[in-house]
Design a protein around this ligand. Sequence first.
Ligand code: ZN
Length: 565
Amino acid sequence: MRRPNAAGTILQALEPMAKKLTELEARTLEGVAMPVAALMGELVMAARAAARRGTELLLQQAAAVVPAEPSCPACSSRNVGSHGFEPTSFIGRVGRVELSRRRLECGACKHSWFDFDERWRLPAGDYADDVREATERLSCRLGFREAVDELEHLWGVAPDASTAQRWTIQDGQRAEQAVAADAKQHWERYEQRAHAVAAGEQRDEARTQGFGVIEVDGVHVLTWKPGQEPRKGAASNTKSVVAAVVEPAAEGHEPRKVAANDTEAVGAAVVEPAAEGHEPRKVAANDTSVPAPTATSVGSESSGRVDHQAPSTLSQVAGSPMGPTGRSPRVRGREVCMGLTYLGEDACEESPGRGVLLERRYVATLNHREDFWKQLHAAAQAQGVLARQAVVRLSDGGAYFVDRSAELFRDQPLVGILDIQHGKQHVWEAGHKVVADKKDLRDWVLPRIDAIRDGRVGSVILDLAEERERRTVQQQREAIESLRGYLDRHQQLMDYPRYRKAGYPVASAAVESANKRLVGRRFKQGGMIWSEGGVEAMVALRVAFYNPGAWGRLWPHAAPTAAAA
Ligand SMILES: [Zn+2]
């Protein structure tokens, strides 16, 4: 073993810090004042330089050590010799780190390799995992270009936006696989246990006080239709950087055109599915710094920038490819399946009317609908929901969710609740059609809503049946019948006084805010159109970002944060 050279190493590593402190001290003694923020900034930069130096020095020492009895990874021969040192470098949060390490060569099969790289997990690419993780942490919340700009500002180190996208796709898929593997494992264990309980070999565990909640909803994201994604190639088409994009028309406002160079609107980033084997590419609307297609190659495989014939809102223009809604026929809205699970006691009121969930788990997917249910079950289990005396399922009453969850949680003490807001909305909609004079609208609607809230749904249904007979206008009769049918179908999910007494939530505010938090914020910024692969990967990454413990499992290197240090 080599003798440690602690004193020398420490002094060398600390040299930038010592120099900076000496310099600052001299200025201070001269009576020069400086803003404290600037003082701290300078010291942090010196500390960063010291950390970079320390890393290099330690790696240099480590690389000098001859590994004890190395064996060839190709043929397991012990006849391994050293073949001299070769330089390499990588970029970490402290900057570019350079080192030399030994190349080993097998005397038997001539295989040669860097044992050091593997043992010290040197990155295969340019960047170490700390930069990669930080990039994705930011990309989870910001557009890719904003994310790398921000990281550059904070750490002085960042990849380019297309690298950020490629990483996001790769690690999003990694996150997705981790969740799927968890769910599979959970499901196998759960089924085994259910069998054992059914066969009387095992006793069902006693349930604990309180209730858990499961909510599911769908949230729209704009995606390219399959086969309609922006194509790459046509590198000579310099017009391709001009990307105008359309806002979701579904939300009711007039589609707005976001022109290229519109600095207000940020980051329409479109991620291509990496599964198809090409490098993910970015279509940047209004990104003026994107070079012309011929200028650079985004990744090793891609031949050029995207030729993006942008959808526009030129639906009024003769010969325009746009449909009457102003949305390109190449774009469609797709629903991300969202699930949320939490314990009753974790739903708190932060301030009157403003709820907050202290702990919760999300499940979300675009295309893996079947796996979604197993993942939801696994999340409910992990959250402790399936051990409670009641499992509340709150929904908008959609048949798909009601049926699937009834099946999924059939061995649970399931309490189905219809989101009361949906119920009220149906009454208002019917009221608009039934009441001729708008000033009578409230008088028609409010007593019915009160009755529903007070658990008198049955009498509202009877009352509606009578009223239908009295009405003569066909449209009014139909509106009343439609409301009556709706209440009749969901009556068993509308025992609101009982739910309130038990403390159950009666409105699905939690999943609606989860929709915004998990999906809306990142996917529905002005002008964003996503590839389906991009949605899937980013959704998975954001689920990992927000779910307890998931991010740390995805990034075992566990970059120490300033707060932890
Ligand atoms: Zn060998």
